[in-house]
Ligand binder design. Sequence first.
Ligand code: T4K
Length: 369
Amino acid sequence: MEHKKAKRPVMVTRSSLPPMEEYIEMLKPLWESAWLTNMGDYHEQFKTRLKEYLGLERLELFVNGHMALELTLQALGLEGEVITTPFTFASTTHAIVRNGLTPVFCDIDPEDYTLDTAKLESLITDRTSAIVPVHVYGNPCHVDEIGRIAARHGLKVIYDAAHAFGEEIGGKGIGQFGDASMFSFHATKVFHSIEGGAVSFSDPALAPLLYQLKNFGITGYESVDYVGANGKMNEFQAAMGLCNLRHIDGEIAKRKALAERYRERLSGVKGIRLCPERPGVKYNYAYMPVVFDGYHKDRDQIFAELALQDIHARKYFYPCINACACYRDRFREEDTPVAARVSRQVLTLPLYADLDPDTVDLICDTVLR
Ligand code: T4K
């Protein structure tokens, strides 16, 4: 069988970059001021522009998404147990554990792979202080039900929105749900600032605390009030974020067209499951997860067939976090059977703004062959 030629290698994603001149122009003032980090002008501008774009009132920037989440959990003064999902990137669980909290893994919804709210309430104990759900692949969690459960039990809700930049539910920015939401601006994300992250939050009292915690807990020239960390976003990151923000709508539109092309080819095929698109949700097309469940080839076979053509899909998120070496002594993957199964069936196919549509066709041909 003859294959169309694709530029190789094709990786699961490829960072979008602004025109180089745009970024260089942004760097000139940095050479003049020599103010490179510690909350400079670009940092402040980026914060303002992001709040506008994301429809948020309160937001703090961080050096990366992980520090944003870890320091937010610290700022909220949580104790005891935190209910979360095992079907995520290691960062989510690590942020909980590194705060001295105990993660309690809740299984996932078999359709959209976010926390299964039907299984959530039975995991709440008198030691539970918070829920950390993940809008995994940009699939929004069941925020209304999570909000109701949290309110009933007096729990905080901190969303890991690393994959959900720019999304909306019913016209509301996704960062408006829960007590706080963490966004990642890593190079592999829909929107990036090389590395970077942000947290949106509802309680105004968190604003100074988050700012101080990311700066070692320093509260004045001669005072350090908290055991903070270095979580500051530098000016080069903020400059990249400001440039990329100018182009983000076009980037998402390109992703949407490619995601639709995948859907046209792969939906309705027996044994292949795509994530449902919920009405009223504005998606960002962050990932293209495909689940092979009863298909004539399994996930690993398809992964290998693509790799032979120098096309590198990824098994996000395999293994489940409760099966990773650093946690498997304490947790059992069997306790979250849906997550365990999906993690063995899922493949995230290449998706990024500049992916050649012919490559999407080639990938689909390979999957369907
Ligand atoms: N919560 C969730 C749910 C997350 O998914 C993440 C991060 C976090 C929290 C933490 O946020 P950050 O602290 O990272 O802001 C990648 C990313 O490093 C990570 O940010 C992301 N999730 C995770 C899902 O994916 P790897 O180890 O798979 O990345 P890597 O280096 O294999 O890159 C994947 C592909 O991306 C490469 O094959 C090519 C492309 N790429 C990569 C880099 C580094 C580029 O085009 N440019 C680049 O600069 O983790």
